[in-house]
Design a protein around this ligand. Structure first.
Ligand code: GLV
Ligand code: MN
Ligand code: MN
Length: 414
C-alpha cells in the first residue's frame, strides 16, 4: 500500500479551516451556517477530485464512494464530521474526514482490488452546537432521530431542524431512506484525534478504542425570586443562581465519587443567569448538564441521583427546579474483530499503541447500532481539544491514515 501524504492532509485541513466564522478564536463551523455550507462544498470538491462519486442524503450526510467489484455486498465505511464547537479546533472530526478520503485515494492508487464498496462519510452535525442534540446525521441513520423529531428541535433563533433542512432544499419526502438497518453496512472505521493526553503521556502514537462513552444531556431550569440585591436579606432571598451553583457542585461530587463505572464525567458547560444585573438577585438560572459514562446503568443511576438532589435543593432553598431532557445515549463497545485488524496493521507499521476508552462521543457510537465499528485515535497535543489550542501533527494523522487504509482494504475483501 502507498503511504499517506502528510502534506496533502495538512493542505486540506488548512484550506477547510478558512471556512470559519471566528478566525479570531480558533475554529467555529456550525451546521448549516454559511461557513459550514461552504466547507461542505469544499470537501465534496476534494472527494470528486479524488475520483469518488458523491451523494448526499436528506439530512446532509455526504458519501463518497470507491466502488468494489461486487455491488451486491454491504459497503465498508469510514468518516467523521466537519462541524465544530464554538471556538474549537481544526482537527476534531476533520482529521477523520480527510484521513478517510486519503485512505480511499491510497487504496485506489495502490491498485488494491476490493469486493465491497468503500465510502468516506461526512456525518451531519456531530456537535450539538446549534440544535443542542449531537450526532444528527448518524443519529438519524440509527433511527434515533425521526422526521417528527426534526420538527421538535430548534436553534436559539427558533428555527427547527426541519425548517432549516427544507430551506436548504433537502428532500424531506426521502427522510425515511436515511435510516440503516443491521447488515446494511459491513463495517465502519473512524479515525479521530484522541482529545485526551494518554497517548502523549504514554509515548504512544495510536489508540485503539475499546468503547465509546455516551452522554446524557439535559437543561436544568431554576426559578427563584428576582429582587433587590441590597434590599433582600440573606435569609429572605430565593436566589436561582446560588441554587444552580449548589447543584453544579453536587453534580461534580456525584461524578467524582462514582465507583460504579470505569469512566464517568459530568460537566455544566452553559449557564444563563437572568436578569443578569449586578444589583438584582437572579430570578432564573438555566444550565446545561452533560453526563458521560462507559456504562449506561451507572449513568442512569447517577442522573437519577442528581435529579433527586434537584428536588432536595428545591425544598432547601425555596426555588423550583425543572429539567428538559435532550438525550440519554447508549455507550458503545467497539468490534473486537475490527480492533484486531487495526492492531495487526499498527504492529506491522511498528507504531507504539494502546487500547483505550473514549470519553468523547463520536458518530461511530450511532453507526455502531447498525454495524460493527472500530476507531483509531491519533495523539492530541497536551490532550487539548474543543479549544483553539487543539493540535495533532500532520505526520501523526498520516500514520493513522495508513493504518486506516490497510484496515479498510482488508474489511472490503471479506
Ligand atoms: C463530541 O465532540 C463530544 O462532545 O464528545
Ligand atoms: Mn467534538
Ligand atoms: Mn469529533
Amino acid at each position: 500500500m502507498k503511504k499517506a501524504d502528510p502534506g496533502r492532509i495538512e493542505k486540506h485541513l488548512k484550506e477547510l479551516n478558512a471556512f470559519n466564522s471566528t478566525p479570531e478564536c480558533g475554529t467555529t463551523r456550525v451546521v448549516f451556517t454559511d461557513v459550514e455550507l461552504k466547507g461542505r462544498e469544499y470537501v465534496k470538491g476534494i472527494m470528486r477530485g479524488t475520483g469518488l462519486a458523491v451523494k448526499e442524503d436528506s439530512i446532509g450526510n455526504v458519501f463518497a464512494t470507491l466502488p468494489g467489484s461486487d455491488p451486491s455486498l454491504a459497503p465498508v465505511w469510514t468518516g467523521s464530521h466537519i462541524d465544530t464547537v464554538l471556538c474549537g479546533g481544526m482537527f476534531d472530526g476533520m482529521a477523520g474526514v480527510f484521513g478517510g478520503i486519503e485512505a480511499l485515494r491510497l487504496i485506489r492508487e495502490s491498485g488494491i482490488k476490493h469486493k465491497r464498496d468503500i465510502s468516506a462519510v461526512v456525518y451531519t452535525s456531530e456537535e450539538p452546537t446549534r440544535f443542542q442534540v449531537s450526532c444528527l446525521g448518524s443519529r438519524a441513520m440509527a433511527g434515533d432521530l425521526t422526521l417528527e423529531d426534526t420538527k421538535g428541535i430548534s436553534d436559539k433563533d427558533g428555527n427547527t431542524l426541519y425548517d432549516v433542512l427544507c430551506r436548504l432544499g433537502y428532500d424531506m419526502g426521502r427522510f425515511g431512506e436515511i435510516k440503516r438497518g443491521p447488515g446494511s453496512v459491513y463495517a465502519a472505521v473512524e479515525l479521530h484525534v484522541e482529545q485526551n493526553r494518554r497517548l502523549e503521556d504514554d509515548g504512544r502514537k495510536i489508540g485503539i478504542v475499546k468503547a465509546i462513552c455516551a452522554p446524557t444531556n439535559f437543561d436544568v431550569i431554576v426559578t427563584g425570586v428576582q429582587s433587590h440585591a441590597g434590599g433582600t436579606s440573606m435569609e429572605a432571598r430565593r436566589d436561582a443562581y446560588m441554587a444552580a451553583c449548589e447543584l453544579a457542585l453536587i453534580l461534580e461530587k456525584l461524578a467524582r465519587e462514582n465507583t460504579e463505572s470505569e469512566y464517568t464525567t459530568a460537566t455544566v458547560g452553559r449557564v444563563k443567569v437572568s436578569p443578569g444585573s449586578v444589583n438584582a438577585i437572579p430570578g432564573r438560572c438555566e444550565f446545561s448538564v452533560d453526563i458521560r459514562d462507559v456504562d449506561f446503568e451507572s449513568k442512569r443511576k447517577l442522573t437519577e441521583r442528581f435529579l433527586s438532589e434537584c428536588a432536595a435543593v428545591e425544598l432547601r432553598r425555596g426555588v423550583s427546579v425543572s429539567h428538559v431532557m435532550h438525550n440519554q445515549d447508549i455507550p458503545l463497545r467497539c468490534s473486537e474483530e475490527i480492533s484486531g485488524i487495526i492492531e495487526k496493521y499498527v504492529k506491522t507499521a511498528g507504531l507504539p499503541y494502546e487500547k483505550m476508552i473514549s470519553g468523547p462521543y463520536h458518530d461511530s457510537m450511532f453507526v455502531g447500532r447498525f454495524a460493527p465499528v472500530g476507531m483509531i485515535f491519533v495523539p492530541s497535543r497536551n490532550g487539548i481539544s474543543h479549544s483553539p489550542e487543539e493540535w495533532t501533527d500532520f505526520a501523526e494523522i498520516a500514520a493513522g491514515t495508513d493504518v486506516l487504509a490497510e484496515t479498510l482494504a482488508e474489511l472490503a475483501n471479506r
